[in-house]
Ligand binder design. Structure first.
Ligand SMILES: [Ca+2]
Ligand SMILES: [Ca+2]
Length: 238
């Protein structure tokens, strides 16, 4: 038993380091454990156990699981979206902030290693928006390898995106703008000539009578220039 515990501790440390090295370590979320039990995906976190497919309908839990080869090595990764409890956040400097009990939506990429087929190693974590996490696997940058578009929503029901792509041995963001609460809305589409674009809306606070409301009336268009998304208006001015 002690040997098993030690292995899990070492593996957890290993996957944390990997996730940070992959450029996703700006904010370290609550650690959780992802395993496979036959065909059931299990996330254990804060003493809670979430299964997919879920046994019952619940607000918190695993919402979507797909397999896809994101790093082009011929082996499928597990991509998992889940709505999880959140009680604290760890920052890279070790600082810890306690939060009121709430939930956050997250999408993780997990690798399955042949030595421990039942353990899924979290190698990347994206958390756009706050609620209703989901994702799409699609080749945004046109290099013939699938990229991960993580989708979330804010409480204003604005859709927010983060896009991760495997480049030179690590995951990098192709798109990571906004993502907080009440900050922006992102709409992805592809032009007729094949150029990906993301329309970004910025809400402003507007006082309607005594009520404070947020409305979006400020829009930008970002286009993919082959390497990154650039603001179309800024590009035109040059
Ligand atoms: Ca792979
Ligand atoms: Ca790609």
């Amino acid at each position: 038993m002690r040997g098993l515990v030690l292995i899990i501790v070492v593996l957890t440390a290993f996957s944390s380091i990997k996730a940070e090295g992959a450029g996703f370590g700006e904010i370290q979320r609550v650690e959780f454990n992802v395993t496979l039990e036959e065909d059931i995906v299990v996330i254990e976190q804060q003493g809670k156990r979430y299964e997919y497919p879920p046994k019952e309908k619940s607000y918190a839990g695993i919402k979507k699981v797909e397999k896809g080869d994101l790093n082009g090595d011929g082996v499928d990764e597990y991509i998992i979206s889940a709505q999880l409890q959140e009680t604290e956040i760890y920052y890279p400097d070790g600082q810890r902030t306690e939060l009121p009990m709430t939930v956050y939506g997250t999408t993780i990429v997990c690798e399955q290693h042949s030595g421990w087929p039942e353990q899924l190693f979290v190698v990347a974590q994206l958390s756009p928006g706050k609620i209703w996490p989901s994702f799409k696997l699609l080749d945004v940058d046109g290099d013939k390898t699938l990229d991960l578009m993580a989708i979330g929503y804010t409480y204003g029901h604005w859709k927010q995106l983060q896009i991760a792509s495997w480049k030179n041995g690590r995951y990098i963001y192709l798109w990571n703008k906004g993502g907080g609460r009440y900050t922006s809305e992102h709409t992805y589409s592809v032009r007729e000539d094949g150029t990906p674009q993301i329309k970004v809306g910025y809400p402003i606070s507007d006082k309607v009578g005594k009520k404070q409301a947020y409305v979006i009336d400020d829009w930008e268009m970002w286009v993919f220039d082959g390497t990154e998304f650039v603001d179309e208006d800024v590009e035109l001015e040059e």
